[in-house]
Write a protein that binds this ligand. Sequence first.
Ligand SMILES: [Zn+2]
Length: 365
Amino acid sequence: MDGARRAEACPAPRRPRSSLVKDLSRYSRQMLFQPFGREGQERLLAARAVLVGCGALGSVLANTLVRAGLGHLRIIDRDLVEMHNLHRQMLFDEADVRSDLPKAEAARRKLRRINREVTVEPIVDDVNHRNIDDLVEGAALILDATDNFETRYLINDLAVKTNRPWIYGACVGSTGMALPILPHETPCLRCVFEEAPPAELNPTCEMAGILGPVVARVAAHQAMEAMKILAGRREVVDRRLLTFDAWTGRTSHIAMQKAFDAGNCPCCKGGQYEFLEGKFAGRTVTLCGRNAVQVFPGRAMLVDFAVLADRLRPIARAEPRFNPLLLKVAIDDYELTVFPDGRALVRGTSKPEEARAAYARYIGA
Ligand SMILES: [Zn+2]
């Protein structure tokens, strides 16, 4: 891609002409920090970003960036607010649970009371390779607040292809990770993790739990790097992979630049956008009249049933059962039958999105 096309694909944050008439006093303490200053504030006010996922990380990111004066935030999320979200999803409250509101809409209502100058655009949808192009259109930055690798690799493909910065963030238990990605300049997600770890070694919050302060720490790092990027200060972006365990206090900042320079990543070096092309897209088939959906994994896998049973045992309604051919487990309102190649029957719903969400939660992405 040549320089002109890149510039077109990724509009740099502009300094708006109307800045002279705008009252910026609510941001005065932020602008007093000189490296950010009035110019950073004006650029942030003119910027558009997309938040993919509005659960735990998304709550903190949206809250922080809307208060900071981001111009336009599109929030994409497919779930409703539930009571067990509230200990860490700081935008939501008990009234949102009672009103069965989708998270994206509940977030919009709350954020409007916080800063009505910011345009918040809620979208209740599942991000996939067919719609991601439209969903992130016009955004200068993509914020990852998803809970699965399939969607992150999809975001990565689109971001690299269209030369848009994005910020990876993840947390489970007491551990967190974050990495800002400036395509073609810093390592992309596939430079760091060429493939997702096997599902049975990739714990989810439903399995391993999650502590609220861990979420806040990952999201705070993402929000800080987002403000630098949107304020046009890419030179101060922290290009290292942050990993920490908040329980033990271990923190590392891993420099990835050498690996990037020497690497041959299929995505950012090879120009292969396999996730965007839908090559690994998880498929679902609704089984008519059976209140069940068949979910196919997004990639080739071989499930270790003993490891998966150990992981699911603490949250299962009864002891998981398995033989060499399949594993059966009942969790929440679902009964899952998992096969060695990762295919699963999810009983208890006829909705593909719900089955895919259950699959991502309990089996992994
Ligand atoms: Zn790469």
